[in-house]
Design a protein around this ligand. Structure first.
Ligand code: E4P
Length: 218
């Protein structure tokens, strides 16, 4: 499973890149706003900065909601850097835009997926990735991981190239469960990726090894 970082924070992206396990980055307008990135020029520069840190795909989301606006923005975003994947919401115009952008060789990430039917339509339109939101489903007492299972089952029945990019990942067990289900990618906060390392038996075992070594070696 590929690991993407779900942030627009350059320091966190650098830290994950240095860890050596980073395969890409996803952003969205809320994550860009959280970093205080304002205006088209600043956003574009920030996307390029991210591409220059990470070796892998970087999702940049369109703001337009109409077909013409989405394809115009999508084409401009794709021109910024070869690593850019254009993120498009799963609406009627979004699906049409994904079909168009795909026909132009531009890679897309269909976002705000909350049902297997939405994922199926996005795959048929040629999306490179579909982004089902696990955490936001859990937040309303639905089962986010069940959605990942359903999409995996649907995609495995056919030969779509579309990858399942599990999004809205909130904690380590989301990551582990996504890997068990066979999601192609999980986009995660850095804390959840680092959380995978934590185990009290690792800590106590290492302390014991070092203490035993010190007894003999000083
Ligand atoms: C990523 O592509 C999504 O926009 C993101 O994972 C949403 O996460 P959230 O539900 O924690 O905002």
């Amino acid at each position: 499973m590929k690991f993407f970082l779900d942030t627009a924070n350059l320091e966190q992206i650098k830290e994950a890149q240095q860890l050596g396990v980073l395969d890409g980055v996803t952003t969205n307008p809320s994550l860009m706003a959280k970093e205080g990135i304002k205006g088209e020029e600043a956003c574009n520069k920030h996307y390029i900065d991210i591409c220059n840190i990470v070796d892998g795909d970087v999702s940049a989301e369109v703001i337009a909601t109409d077909y013409e606006g989405m394809i115009k923005e999508g084409e401009a975003l794709a021109k910024l850097h070869e690593q850019i994947v254009v993120k498009v919401p799963v609406t009627l115009d979004g699906i049409k835009a994904i079909k168009y952008l795909t026909s132009k060789g531009i890679r897309t990430n269909c976002t705000l997926i909350f049902s297997a039917g939405q994922a199926l339509l996005a795959a048929k339109a040629g999306a490179t990735y579909v982004s089902p939101f696990i955490g936001r489903l859990d937040d309303i007492s639905a089962d986010g991981l069940l959605l990942i299972e359903e999409i995996r089952e649907v995609f495995d029945n056919y030969t779509y190239d579309t990858e399942i990019l599990a999004a809205s990942v909130r904690h380590t067990m989301h990551i582990v469960e996504c890997a068990k289900i066979g999601a192609d990618v999980a986009t995660c906060p850095l804390s959840a990726i680092k959380g995978l390392l934590k185990h009290p038996l690792t800590d106590s075992g290492l302390a014991q090894f070092l203490a035993d070594h010190k007894k003999l070696n000083g």
